[in-house]
Every structure is written in structure tokens, then in C-alpha cells.
Design a protein around this ligand. Structure first.
Ligand code: GAP
Length: 537
């Protein structure tokens, strides 16, 4: 047998029937429908309780989905808690004392304005109806721009056209005026004006086509349930609509037990529940979802500097994944919530367009002060240097895990045409997030190849999520791994029995290389672990 060092550079590019370079990515649009179907077919996400026709806006993560989701969580957790000495973790309970939600403002103000159509009996969010109307006016502007660009060609000055063309100017004024009316109605909780706006805009129900609307009313988004039996004195409690409040009420516990000194953060991953009126677009808007939130406690006056810091850090975290910088953008909130002095979203280009993926908010001392007031307990930090106590200000980063899952999956999904004109669907997932890191494939199920492959598979399992697949032709097995995003396939053939080498196939390029078996773990270690990602933030 040859020593491994002599054979490590054998390439098998000269002839390999399974080596096809991707020629092109098909022009086919990546739609939410395709992603949803792919998720179901390949064990990523299923609708909840499907055998009973499902439950709207609730989803179950299948074998590949749960692995991908756990990897996203681990990436977030390690980047926050493991890599920052001044950030610690928490896992608070979902049920909290009902006063929590009174103090936070959720009981009184966590509402959506609702309106029903009397003919179709369908319910809508009033603000979404108005926003859809605004989007139609935007479309008219875009049509004018496209027409003008065609007419003027290279000389077309878009900015000048938008600010001078009478029809476009008129459309923009309409948008401004509608936005102003809606903002005022929301700010003043003036539901009658909201209804009048819908009537004035002559918005009709997309289902019945009529304008027969009820009044607008507020609908609280929190799910409630009862704790204890009625005879013991039932008590209405809520399923938490955000994980953040679990962090605020534990501020003093954590600060004291871990001797934390601002600036410091508390990170948490957990379920949140919202009775969304319009829950659609697959896992983008769910009624039960997971959040990854971090509250960063700072000295008052230093919050803006930390807000900028976390904006930058969070964008670096996203960019480290390599999904494409053009897929992200910041959207600054112009209308700030009453407790915030700065806020923005990181938006991602989902199949249905740019939408909120993560929120970064400078929440001032609102939450800690509100809990102090209602609980009567001090939530302050005593600064020994200044010899005074203060209520820290908070900068929050809050990302939906399910939305992140959808972002990663939709950016990774590609339909490719290969050199031989065959097609493949491949999930070009960041290797560290892929459900399985490696698949071990004996070329045939005879001559001792399976035994050799099993030995390799068993050795890799300790460190990597690995799959073993011995069914079907090798080309089909590669395609199967492509559809679930496995970055590497290891094939064991007759030569492996002679010289302890295997071929390693890389998912995106489909290139195959002959390597010694002893190199497999090192190659995987260098390319599929979180370490590389964490280092690149
Ligand atoms: N503690 C702040 C907070 O909860 P948010 O903007 O309401 O802020 C933060 O939510 C993130 O949670 C959002 O950016 C989004 O990613 C995710 N999220 C919110 N509602 C969701 C829903 N119904 N389904 C899935 N994810 C949701």
C-alpha cells in the first residue's frame, strides 16, 4: 500500500462521468411557492397538523429543518455569548406574571387595527389595506419611469424625471398625503379617521369586491390562557409576545449573580407568540415563532454609540454568511415607538421582496423604569466609581429565527443547468449551517466497499453530522445531497481498498478530488465548522 503522503494529490478530472460544472443558474424565479414545496419534499418544514388539514400559520420543522435551525441558533449564540465576554445567556419561562405585560405596554397597546368586510366576512388589517393601496400608486410611478427610460435611453435622468413629471409628482403627493393621514390616525388612536381613510380611498375587498366595511377596531395580539383551575382562582396569563421582557425582569438577578457591569448584554433564544391577523407568506409571519434577542445595558448617554456599534456588528454577522451583501439593507424607522430614541430594521430580499428580518432598537430606560414602577423593585446599577445608581439604557437586537431560516434557504435555493443539459436543484447553504456536513457513499454495495464506507462514516459521526447512502446510482445520490445542501460527498471505490484514498466532491463546483482517507476530517474541519464563520465576523 502506498503511504498517504504520496497519493494526496491525485485528481480524477481526466475522466469522470459524474463531474459536470454548473453552466448557469436557470432564469426561473425563486418563488415562495417553490421554497415551500422544496421544504416539504426534503424534510425541512411541514404545515402543522397536516392530517387534520393543518393549522394556519403554525409549522413543524422536519429532520433537515431542525438541523439547519439549530445551526443558525448556534451561530447566533456563539457570536453573541461565546465571543463576547460581556454578554451572558438566559432561558426565561414563556409564562410570566401578568403584570409584566401591563408594565411593558403590551396589554394596552400591542394592537393591530382591524376591519371586516360585511359581504365576504373576511377580516383585514386596516393599515395593510392602506399599504396595499399605496403600493398600487408606487406601481403606477414605476410604470411611468420604465416608459420614460425606454423613450429617453441613456439620457434618462431618473431623479429629475421623478421630481418634475406632473403625473409622477401628483402620485407622490397622493402617497404623502395618505401616509400622513394614516400616521395621524394611528398616533392618535383615531379609529374613525382610519375608517374614513379607507372609505375615501374607495378601497374594495379583494374577495367580494365591495366597499361594505365595518368600523375599524383594535385587536390585541397576545394569546391568553388561564393558570390554575377556576376553583383555585383562575388567573389570566399570556403567552409571551417577545422574549425581551424575560430579560428585563431578570436584569438585577443577572447583574448581581454574575457581577456584570455596564456595558453588558443578556442574550436569549426562545419561542414567542402573536395572534397575527394576517399570517401568511409561509414561515415569514407565524403565530408561534422563535426570537433571538439581546438586550445591551449601557450608561445613559452612551446609547447612541452602542446603537451604531450593534447596527454594524449585526450586519457583519449577516454578511459573514456570504448570502450576498446586496440582499441586505437598513431601513431606519421614521416614526419611533414612544419608548425608542432610535430604531432600524435590517431588511432582507426575500422571494416576495425586501422585508424586515431583524430589528435594532435603542429602547432608552423605558422597560426597566416601567417594571420598577409596577413591581416596586429597584432595577438599577450602582456605579462604585461615581458612587451613584442609575437605570441603564438598553440597545436591543432582535431577529426572528424562522425568518432567518427563510432568508438562508431562499438565498441558497438554485436551479442549475449543467454542461450535459441536465438540471439540478442545489441548496448552496453556508457550509457551517448545512443540515449534514458530509455524505459517505460506497460506489457499490459489494466487494467490501460498504464495509470500508461504514468504517469511515462511523469515524466521522463523532465530529460532524454525516449521512450514509448506498442506494441508487452514484449520480442520483449526489443530486439527493445537493437538494439538502450537503457540502461534501465522499465516495468509496475499488481504488479505496487498494490505497486508502477516496474521492471528495464539493457541492457548488461539483469538482472531485482524490484524497487520502486521513485527510477527510481535516478538510471538513477547515471548511464546515462555525469557527471559520465566527472568525470572519
Ligand atoms: N423585542 C422586540 C421585538 O419583538 P419585533 O420587531 O416585534 O421586535 C423582532 O420582532 C423580530 O421578530 C422581527 O424582526 C422578526 O424577525 C421576528 N418576528 C416578529 N413577528 C413575527 C412573526 N409573526 N413571525 C415570525 N417572525 C416574527
Amino acid at each position: 500500500m502506498q503511504p498517504a503522503s504520496l497519493i494526496c494529490n491525485y485528481f480524477i478530472f481526466s475522466f469522470n462521468p459524474f463531474l459536470f460544472t454548473p453552466m448557469s443558474t436557470k432564469e426561473n424565479e425563486v418563488t415562495l411557492k417553490k421554497i415551500t414545496a422544496h421544504c416539504k419534499e426534503y424534510g425541512f418544514v411541514y404545515g402543522s397538523s397536516e392530517i387534520y388539514d393543518g393549522l394556519s400559520a403554525a409549522y413543524d420543522y422536519g429532520p433537515n429543518g431542525v438541523l439547519l435551525k439549530n445551526n443558525i441558533k448556534e451561530f447566533w449564540w456563539k457570536s453573541m455569548v461565546q465571543m463576547n465576554e460581556n454578554i451572558v445567556g438566559l432561558d426565561a419561562s414563556i409564562f410570566m406574571h401578568p403584570s409584566t405585560w401591563k408594565a411593558s405596554g403590551h396589554v394596552d397597546a400591542f394592537n393591530d387595527p382591524l376591519i371586516d368586510n360585511k359581504d365576504s366576512k373576511k377580516r383585514y388589517r386596516a393599515d395593510v389595506l392602506v399599504e396595499d393601496h399605496l403600493a398600487k400608486i408606487e406601481q403606477k410611478i414605476n410604470k411611468e419611469i420604465t416608459k420614460a427610460r425606454k423613450r429617453f435611453g441613456e439620457d434618462f435622468d431618473e431623479a429629475q424625471f421623478i421630481s418634475t413629471h406632473p403625473r409622477v409628482v401628483n402620485y407622490r403627493e397622493q402617497i404623502q398625503s395618505i401616509e400622513n393621514r394614516m400616521k395621524t390616525a394611528i398616533a392618535e388612536d383615531d379609529l374613525e379617521s382610519f375608517k374614513n381613510l379607507i372609505v375615501d380611498l374607495e378601497i374594495s375587498d379583494p374577495v367580494s369586491g365591495t366597499k361594505n366595511w365595518t368600523d375599524v377596531r383594535q385587536f390585541n395580539l397576545m394569546f391568553s390562557t388561564e393558570m390554575g383551575s377556576v376553583s383555585e382562582g383562575a388567573n389570566t396569563i399570556y403567552l409571551r409576545p417577545e422574549t425581551a421582557q424575560g430579560i428585563f425582569v431578570n436584569f438585577s438577578n443577572i447583574q448581581k449573580s454574575n457581577r456584570m457591569k455596564p456595558p453588558f448584554g443578556i442574550a436569549q433564544i426562545g419561542k414567542a407568540f402573536r395572534n397575527e391577523i394576517i399570517a401568511r407568506q409561509f414561515i415569514f409571519r407565524m403565530r408561534e415563532f422563535e426570537q433571538m434577542e439581546m438586550q445591551f445595558f449601557v450608561k445613559p448617554g452612551e446609547e447612541m454609540q452602542w446603537y451604531e456599534h450593534w447596527k454594524l456588528q449585526r450586519m457583519r454577522w449577516h454578511n459573514a454568511l456570504g448570502l450576498g451583501t446586496a440582499k441586505y439593507r437598513f431601513h431606519n424607522h421614521l416614526n419611533l415607538a414612544h419608548y425608542a430614541n432610535a430604531a432600524c430594521d435590517i431588511e432582507f430580499e426575500f422571494p416576495m421582496g425586501f422585508k424586515e428580518l431583524e430589528g435594532i432598537h435603542s429602547r432608552t430606560d423605558f422597560d426597566l423604569l416601567a417594571h420598577e414602577a409596577l413591581s416596586g423593585k429597584k432595577l438599577r446599577y450602582f456605579d462604585p466609581q461615581e458612587n451613584e445608581s442609575y437605570v441603564p439604557y438598553v440597545v436591543e437586537t432582535s431577529i426572528g429565527l424562522d425568518r432567518m431560516f427563510l432568508a438562508v434557504l431562499s438565498a441558497a435555493y438554485q436551479e442549475e443547468v449543467l454542461e450535459d443539459n441536465s438540471e439540478r436543484i442545489v441548496l448552496k447553504l453556508p457550509a457551517a449551517l448545512a443540515p449534514s456536513k458530509v455524505a459517505v457513499l460506497p460506489l457499490m454495495n459489494k466487494d467490501g466497499l460498504a464495509e470500508k464506507a461504514q468504517a469511515i462514516f462511523k469515524g466521522l459521526k463523532y465530529d460532524f453530522t454525516a449521512q450514509y447512502d448506498a442506494k441508487d446510482a452514484i449520480g442520483r445520490r449526489y443530486r439527493r445531497q445537493d437538494t439538502v445542501g450537503t457540502p461534501y460527498c465522499i465516495t468509496i471505490d475499488h481504488q479505496s481498498l487498494e490505497d486508502d484514498t477516496v474521492t471528495i466532491r464539493e457541492r457548488d463546483s461539483m469538482k472531485q478530488e482524490r484524497i487520502p482517507i486521513t485527510d477527510i476530517a481535516r478538510i471538513l474541519e477547515e471548511n464546515v465548522t462555525l469557527k471559520k464563520l465566527l472568525k470572519s465576523i
